[in-house]
Write a protein that binds this ligand. Structure first.
Ligand code: ACO
Length: 155
């Protein structure tokens, strides 16, 4: 089984399948979803996809945080429904962390979840103070987890 995590904008043939994967979880118009996915680039925002034998089975989006230049916000993390609980979510997140650290030179990954705290805790994420991802005017109200890439889990 070949597994790889690659940027969507360098693999555009997966655009419509990626749109379907995300919309199967969070319904939105295909037009709006495609527009969002088409904004993926080498600088943030970036959509990363998990491919298994050339079939797309996972997605996440890395978005910029205007007030935190050396961090990013991870959202729309999703694994195909029939393939959950097999380690693919962990693999996707770990590869995304490597990409953030090595390619984007970022130090901290932030995310917000209501319901998947257990998954992110397993991956080493900790609750932190709320941050604003839209400049200075809209503080987040849901649980925020963050992970400082300068620290290893053993630190
Ligand atoms: N609670 C506690 N532990 C969990 C949970 C959970 N809800 N989900 C997974 N885990 C654990 C697993 O048992 C596993 O533990 P182990 O390594 O000790 O065996 C570890 O976390 C990794 O689990 P995976 O099998 O890699 O997780 P999976 O492939 O199912 O992916 C995901 C997790 C992405 C949350 C998937 O279930 C999914 O797509 N859910 C629906 C969409 C969703 O809610 N996405 C998250 C939105 S939040 C955001 O985007 C920031």
């Amino acid at each position: 089984m070949e597994l790889k995590v690659v940027p969507l904008h360098l693999n555009k043939k997966y655009l419509s399948e990626c749109c379907k994967l995300i919309n199967d979880e969070w319904k939105r118009s295909d037009t709006a979803r495609l527009r969002s996915l088409e904004s993926s680039s080498d600088s943030l925002p970036t959509s990363l996809i998990l491919l298994r034998n050339d079939e797309i089975i996972g997605h996440l989006k890395l978005s910029p945080i205007p007030s935190i230049r050396d961090g990013c916000f991870v959202e729309s993390v999703v694994i195909e429904k029939g393939l959950r609980g097999k380690g693919f979510g962990r693999l996707l997140m770990e590869k995304a962390e490597e990409y953030c650290k090595n390619f984007l030179q970022l130090k901290t990954i932030y995310l917000s979840t209501k319901g998947q705290e257990g998954f992110y805790n397993k991956l080493g994420y900790m609750e932190c103070q709320p941050i604003s991802i839209y400049g200075n005017c809209m503080p987040l109200t849901s649980t925020i987890n963050c992970k400082n890439e300068n620290k290893t889990k053993e630190d």
